[in-house]
Design a protein around this ligand. Structure first.
Ligand SMILES: Nc1ncnc2c1ncn2[C@@H]1O[C@H](COP(=O)(O)OP(=O)(O)OP(=O)(O)O)[C@@H](O)[C@H]1O
Ligand SMILES: Nc1nc2c(c(=O)[nH]1)N=C(CO)CN2
Length: 182
């Protein structure tokens, strides 16, 4: 497909959330599926945080984390891969902000700005979500070239404390989790 990927590599930041079933397993499977894609390399993963639900309160706590990936996919194609992973892991869309086996949001891609019916970049709600910002702070380098570190730091400064976020466990990524063995 001509408009699927490019010869240039982008660095993208993805938020993952799960609040149904085996939440930790769903996050890890989603990461493994991202990393198994021929055009996606998972570079860094945050810790896994347990977070109180935001938006629609009458649902279980979430586990949330973020990942940085390197990819030759164009933004829309990366989003398609993410939506396929959600489907594969059994996500059923019911109510907005409602419970889900796994949710993948594309937060940031080299500072690109997009506003199409399918994809808005940067993610429009990322700066107000503590469950995104705390895990994102784990993995964005201070010298990130497109200005994400400054955005995350400023947005975190506006939050009221930790807002129902606590570290749950390490993602285990550094210890080899997610490698497919080749
Ligand atoms: N940056 C983005 N990342 C992920 N999805 C996006 C983005 N911009 C637009 N979308 C669109 O949003 C649609 C709905 O996403 P989803 O069902 O995950 O929403 P939600 O998780 O309930 O709410 P929220 O978008 O606030 O996290 C997706 O099918 C996708 O086309
Ligand atoms: N704590 C928490 N709350 C949410 C989350 C989430 O991932 N974590 N996702 C939502 C819709 O994307 C709505 N509310």
């Amino acid at each position: 497909m001509s408009n699927y990927s490019t010869s240039e590599l982008s660095e993208a930041y993805i938020a993952l959330g799960a609040n149904l079933g085996d939440r930790e397993q769903s996050l890890k499977e989603a990461l493994a599926l991202l990393g198994a894609h021929a055009e996606i390399e998972v570079l860094r993963c945050s810790g896994i945080y347990e977070t109180e639900p935001v938006g629609y309160a009458d649902q279980p706590n979430f586990l949330n984390m973020t990942a940085a990936v390197r990819t030759s996919l164009l933004p829309e194609a990366l989003l398609d891969v993410m939506l396929e992973i959600e489907d594969r892991l059994g996500r059923v869309r019911t109510i907005r902000n409602g419970p889900r086996t796994v949710d993948l949001d594309l937060l940031w891609m080299d500072g690109k700005v997009l506003d199409t019916p399918h994809l808005i970049l940067p993610h429009p709600r990322m700066q107000e979500r503590a469950f995104v910002l705390f895990p994102l702070r784990d993995i964005v380098p201070r010298d990130e070239p497109s200005g994400l570190w400054e955005i995350v730091t400023k947005a975190l400064g506006k939050l009221d404390g930790r807002e129902g976020i606590k570290l749950w466990t390490s993602s285990g990524w550094e210890d080899g989790f997610g490698h497919t063995g080749n």
